[in-house]
Design a protein around this ligand. Structure first.
Ligand SMILES: C[S@@+](CC[C@H](N)C(=O)[O-])C[C@H]1O[C@@H](n2cnc3c(N)ncnc32)[C@H](O)[C@@H]1O
Length: 283
């Protein structure tokens, strides 16, 4: 792949997804795009770029963009956000939504489903605490390919060995050939949507909790600011935002405030003088 081809592909990816490729991702891009080139009767990445330039075919552009996304995910990734969800967000929501018994959660950029399914398992594990509640977990990603895998709920032995406690594997998964499939009951708790974070969030509705993890890190500052500011309008006033371990709002927006001593957990800055219940739970 020539530097010109790499520059063309980086620009295409950035325009369509907001993702920025670091200068050293040639090898990754080549390995991702060679199969796409072959599928499209192109002998090389160079031929694929020529085809992209010659024909503005939407399906090919989409396919190439999706193939360049980084989809790394695993169950209970980084553990801390799930601990905060368990020890801070859930008790708070249980109290303030106790009357309506409704909770909407959004996993933005959910990749292959391990994040929303980790949350679904936590609700199941909570047992009676959320019995009778309407819990809605919406999981979205730009890539239709990862969403198909997420919907299937089918994971390899390697994938279920990453972060998933053995007792949860045995309780919620069944062996399917040499893979493991998560139970229908848990799959039914998650609604998958194809959604680009550069597009409007309005069709998704409002959420009590938003997980937006390990995607902002790949955006430039302007895109981070824009996405965070639109997230603030999609999160209810007393909602919670959880970011990835290497991500922060600091320096990008003052619409959110970190919760003291709760790394990765944010509330609306306007709610910084915490409501009594929130203060009690973060103590
Ligand atoms: C590294 S994965 C993170 C998955 C999960 N949130 C986690 O932390 O394990 C990043 C995901 O962001 C998705 N993505 C990248 N750009 C996006 C965009 N503009 N809109 C929606 N999803 C995007 C990718 O397709 C990929 O699946």
């Amino acid at each position: 792949m020539t530097p010109q081809d790499y520059a063309y592909l980086s620009k295409l990816l950035n325009e369509r997804s907001g993702l920025q490729l670091a200068g050293d991702k040639q090898y990754l891009i080549e390995s991702r795009l060679l199969p796409v080139a072959r599928e499209n009767n192109c002998g090389s990445i160079g031929d694929l770029v020529t085809k992209l330039k010659a024909f503005a075919e939407e399906p090919l552009r989409r396919r190439v963009t999706e193939a360049m996304t980084i989809n790394e995910s695993f169950f209970f990734r980084d553990k801390t956000p799930f601990d905060r969800f368990q020890d801070t967000v859930l008790p708070y929501m249980q109290k303030i939504r106790g009357a309506s018994k409704r909770l909407r959660i959004w996993c933005a950029a959910s990749s292959t489903g391990q994040e929303p399914y980790s949350l679904a398992m936590m609700f199941k594990q909570a047992g009676a605490a959320f019995a009778g509640w309407k819990i809605s977990i919406v999981a979205s990603d730009i890539s239709t390919e990862v969403l198909e895998k997420a919907k299937s709920g089918l994971y390899t032995q390697f994938e279920v060995q990453r972060g998933l406690p053995i007792q949860l594997l045995l309780k919620y998964f069944k062996q399917d050939g040499d893979q493991w499939r998560i139970s229908q009951e848990l799959r039914d708790m998650v609604q998958y949507r194809q959604h680009n974070l550069l597009d409007s969030f309005a069709p998704l509705g409002m959420f009590d909790v938003i997980f937006c993890r390990n995607v902002l890190i790949y955006f430039d500052s302007k895109t981070k600011q824009d996405v965070l500011s639109r997230i603030s309008r999609t999160l209810v006033k007393d909602g919670h935002l959880l970011l990835g371990a290497a991500e922060t709002v600091v320096g990008f927006t003052n619409l959110f405030a970190p919760m003291p001593e709760k790394r990765g957990l944010y509330v609306h800055a306007a709610a910084k003088k915490p409501q009594p219940q929130l203060a009690a739970m973060s103590a």
